[in-house]
Write a protein that binds this ligand. Structure first.
Ligand SMILES: Cc1cc2nc3c(=O)[nH]c(=O)nc-3n(C[C@H](O)[C@H](O)[C@H](O)COP(=O)(O)OP(=O)(O)OC[C@H]3O[C@@H](n4cnc5c(N)ncnc54)[C@H](O)[C@@H]3O)c2cc1C
Length: 471
């Protein structure tokens, strides 16, 4: 049975992290950005080393007090906010942002888990290397948070998800030990893979305090196009054509429904549609390599073939880096742009790539039947089979009434995902938002194993109580 920290524990914790290491949690730390959860916490702890994190965990474990790890607060499933009693302590790594070592020779970077994605990308670039994990929240989101949810992002099609770009971890266990797994090895088959266990565990098994990440050569040339495509099926065919034509050089392949792009154009001052005429679907494609002329030719050939087939009707090729970034900026604005249109019910799902067209068609039918006038806004990482299947409220409808249908809409969409052999959480995790859905859709043996792992690694149940699994 967990309890709230009392004054005696708080003063012991203060002694560990120092006066500036304890704060009253503010709105930023307690509010989830979609407004779906309002958190509560007895204190915000800001340790400055793994040793301090370990001491905090030992004290909380002995007292039976819950700990909610907090990175940049950009998670989208409520994993970083706990609404129900007893109040936990929030543990933020905002004072642990150091880049510990960059080794361009062996293509690794070792960082504190509180470092933001952007700071790691910049440190890598300073050594003429690429750190490829990238998404719109990268200026705020931390490496620890990204690893905790096993995030994906725009370049996952080429470099993989957070798990794929991580070689080693330093973790404070739920009992306050420090596991030094900061390995730089690519091959290490010595027993169960603890790294892979902590990655994606959403702070429910331990706290990631450091990581060894993989670096890659900086691509010397990039070609990008914003393409009007006839349908999701045409987009899937275009993906295969560009991969074939470029020898597998696709680094970004994003599908966007016309409505999503229209919302984005409305939202971004000065933005304009990159192609001449509106189309029901658009694709943003980038291929990366060593030689500009070769990439341009490959992309033009692929687009020409798609146009000959009738899959594509128009395309704008980026003529410089500024234009490539403008295409990308339009794609990255889509999520925030939707909030201007009223309430939206979101799904972060994946299905086999070839099933995306069927998924979108069936989901559109199901949600508009359930809520006539609701506006599906599908977009996302088509190359990974990952669609952010978002649904905006009917124009002029009551936001609250629409959001109240969240569970029913989710169920209709997730049922289709399950029938197609997909996943109800592609890259955002389970958090508190999808906990019941996990129970509903997960294989029962898997669920039992997850519960046993949690009990074995966090016997007191203090780590992020109520996230992923029920307490
Ligand atoms: C505008 C926007 C765009 C996004 N785009 C993408 C995208 O393209 N792809 C994608 O995958 N995600 C995307 N995300 C969501 C993504 O999950 C987060 O941005 C990011 O990975 C979370 O990092 P954070 O540091 O903010 O973690 P938080 O939100 O603070 O925490 C997330 C979870 O991780 C846990 N946690 C945090 N730090 C640690 C730690 N050190 N050790 C253990 N557990 C920890 C928390 O308890 C919580 O459960 C987007 C989010 C936003 C707001």
């Amino acid at each position: 049975m967990l309890r709230e920290p009392d004054e005696a524990l708080l003063s012991e914790l203060r002694a560990v992290v120092g006066g500036s290491g304890v704060m009253e949690p503010g709105e930023t730390h307690l509010t989830e950005r979609r407004g779906l959860f309002k958190g509560q916490a007895a204190a915000l702890l800001r340790p400055d080393s793994a040793a301090q994190v370990a001491e905090v965990v030992r004290l909380c474990s002995a007292a039976g007090v819950g700990i909610v790890p907090w990175g940049g607060g950009t998670g989208l499933v409520g994993g970083q906010v706990k609404a129900d009693p007893p109040r936990p302590v929030l543990l933020s790594l905002e004072r642990m942002r150091a880049i510990r070592a960059v080794s361009p020779g062996q293509n690794t970077i070792t960082v504190d888990a509180g470092a933001t994605l952007q700071s790691v990308q910049q440190a890598a670039l300073g050594a003429d290397r690429l750190f490829p994990l990238s998404y719109a929240s990268e200026g705020t989101a931390t490496i620890g948070g990204g690893l905790a949810v096993n995030s994906g992002g725009l370049q996952a099609i080429r470099y993989g998800v957070a798990r794929d770009v991580c070689l080693g971890l330093e973790v404070v266990t739920a009992e306050g030990e420090i596991w030094n797994g900061l390995s730089t090895l690519r091959k290490d088959n010595t027993g169960y893979d603890l790294r892979d266990l902590y990655i994606g565990s959403e702070g429910t098994l331990g706290i990631i305090t450091g990581a060894v990440l993989r670096l890659y050569p900086v691509p010397r040339a990039k070609a990008a196009a914003f393409v009007s495509v006839a349908s999701p099926r045409a987009a899937v065919d275009l993906l295969n054509t560009v991969q074939d034509e470029s020898g597998g050089a696709v680094a970004v392949f994003e599908l966007m429904a016309q409505r999503a792009v229209d919302f984005g154009l409305e939202y971004q001052d000065g933005a304009r549609l990159p192609v001449g005429t509106p189309s029901p679907w658009y694709v943003l494609v980038e291929i990366w390599g060593a030689e500009q002329q070769a990439l341009d030719t490959q992309l033009e050939n692929a687009l020409g073939a798609a146009m000959d087939r009738g899959d594509a009707s128009d395309a704008a090729l980026a003529v410089n880096e500024g234009q490539r970034m403008a295409f990308r900026g339009l794609r990255e604005a889509l999520s925030d742009a939707q909030t201007r249109q009223g309430g939206s019910i979101k799904h972060d799902v994946s299905v086999p790539v070839a099933s995306i067209p069927e998924f979108i068609e069936r989901a559109n039918g199901a949600v508009t039947k359930l809520i006539p006038g609701s506006r599906p806004v599908p977009f996302g990482h088509l190359g990974d089979g990952n669609i952010h299947y978002n649904v905006t409220q009917p124009a002029g409808a009551d936001r609250g009434e629409f959001i109240a249908r969240w569970d029913a809409v989710n169920r209709a969409v997730h049922d289709i995902v399950a029938e197609l052999g997909g996943s109800i959480s592609a890259e955002h995790g389970i958090g508190r938002l999808k906990r019941e859905s996990l129970v509903h859709y997960a294989d029962p043996v898997k669920l039992a194993l997850l519960r046993r792992l949690k009990a074995a690694l966090d016997p007191q149940g203090i780590m992020n109580p109520g996230a992923v699994l029920e307490t």
